[in-house]
Write a protein that binds this ligand. Structure first.
Ligand code: MRU
Length: 368
């Protein structure tokens, strides 16, 4: 998607130096647009852990390039295969909830495990990382095409009035490579001239809605309004939301959905007001090994300072300010789980299905 009218991906291989991976540094958006350099696997691990890059699909792609950098580093190691396995373990520990991370690491390990020649291993790693990136773009585009049908149906009923869509956190192109998951149907509807308007949850504590989703919708010219996290229920009660679409960091075989903290409350409000609540996801976000999201999905706990301080743009630079007594303890759960019973449907690259094992296996029979 575009920044200042120019098309970009969130992460790329430097054109002059293929050993350098670069990504937008999302910690300072929308105030400062900076690029973060990764020339070591440690830098890739840092980028994921510190949320330079974030969002389940982009975490996966960054980990894939981290493994490519590990293969370059392994050329200098006595026990290269062990070294590559160690880096995979290190990358896997950076963020626990988004299953795309494990998925991408397994893809990379499978791509290189049988190769002993160091140069061939580096080539194979770069090839697979590039493929994972390109596949993500195609998948998000397909998610958009399927989700577009939902928006078109509502638009027909609304006879020219904008379709009102609520989203939480950032499941936009900045969480992927291009298009986004939850935002892909919105961008495709907007491109087709269907009137849409997005309610953007600010998404405390890190405000990915305010700083990232609002930024990207603004750059694409999609009408949107920022709301604080407590407003969604009120809007739904007053008929101001037609559809909720969110992303996910891990979805179980049964259709339980882990997503940014606060998603569950939006699902409850949508359920109470009979508003369709859809979750958009690439199949790399489905954890086929687990069924019960509440019991089995690990929920990341982050630094309490993310709750106690709030970041903003003051006097020309990005600053943090304390919003509570310094000694007040805080807790910072990154994600919550929305049980499948509150999810109207899952929008995947293969189509839309019921949030259930039966629904998912209908689209992905090879996982039976
Ligand atoms: O903590 P984050 O910013 O990585 O959380 C991101 C989300 O919760 C997204 O909604 C999710 O990863 C889906 S992204 C397509």
């Amino acid at each position: 998607m575009n920044i200042k009218g120019q098309h970009h991906h969130t992460i790329w291989v430097n054109e002059q130096n293929p050993n350098l991976i670069q990504a937008f540094d999302q910690r300072w958006f929308p105030h400062q647009i900076e690029v973060f350099d990764m020339s070591t696997s440690d830098a890739a691990a840092y980028a994921i852990k510190e949320m330079v890059v974030r969002g389940a699909p982009l975490i996966g792609v960054t980990a894939a390039y981290g493994m490519y950098l590990a293969c370059i580093e392994a050329k200098e190691k006595d026990r290269p295969k062990e070294y590559i396995a160690e880096v995979a373990t290190k990358l896997n520990a950076t963020r626990p909830t988004a299953v795309n991370l494990q998925w991408a690491l397994n893809e990379m390990l499978n791509a290189v495990h049988s190769i002993s020649d160091p140069d061939q291993r580096v080539d194979a790693a770069l090839k697979r990382a590039n493929e994972i990136k390109e596949e993500d773009i195609t998948i998000c585009n397909h998610i958009g095409k399927h989700g577009l049908n939902l928006i078109e149906e509502i638009a027909e009923r609304k006879q020219g009035e904008p379709v009102q869509i609520l989203t939480h956190c950032n499941a936009g192109w900045l969480a992927t490579i291009d298009w986004g998951t939850a935002t892909s149907p919105v961008y495709q509807a907007h491109e087709k001239g269907i009137p849409v308007h997005v309610w953007v949850d600010e998404t405390r504590p890190r405000n990915q809605g305010a700083s990232l989703t609002a930024f990207e919708l603004n750059e694409q010219g999609v009408p949107h309004t920022l709301i604080n996290d407590n407003t969604g229920g009120h809007l739904m009660q007053h008929g101001l939301v037609d559809l909720v679409i969110v992303g996910t960091d891990r979805t179980t075989r049964n259709g339980d959905v882990a997503n940014k903290i606060g998603t569950y409350l939006k699902a409850l409000a949508a359920h109470d007001n009979q508003i369709p609540f859809y979750v958009a996801l690439p199949s790399s976000t489905i954890d086929w090994t687990i069924k019960d999201g509440l019991k089995e999905i690990p929920i990341e706990t982050r630094d309490e300072d993310e709750v106690k301080y709030i970041q903003g743009f003051v006097d020309g630079s990005v600053k943090s300010v304390l919003i509570c007594p310094e000694s007040t303890p805080a807790v910072n759960y990154g994600f919550d789980v929305t049980p499948a019973k509150y999810v109207t449907g899952l929008i995947t690259e293969r189509g839309i299905c019921e949030a259930s094992e039966k629904g998912l296996l209908g689209l992905f029979p090879e996982k039976a």
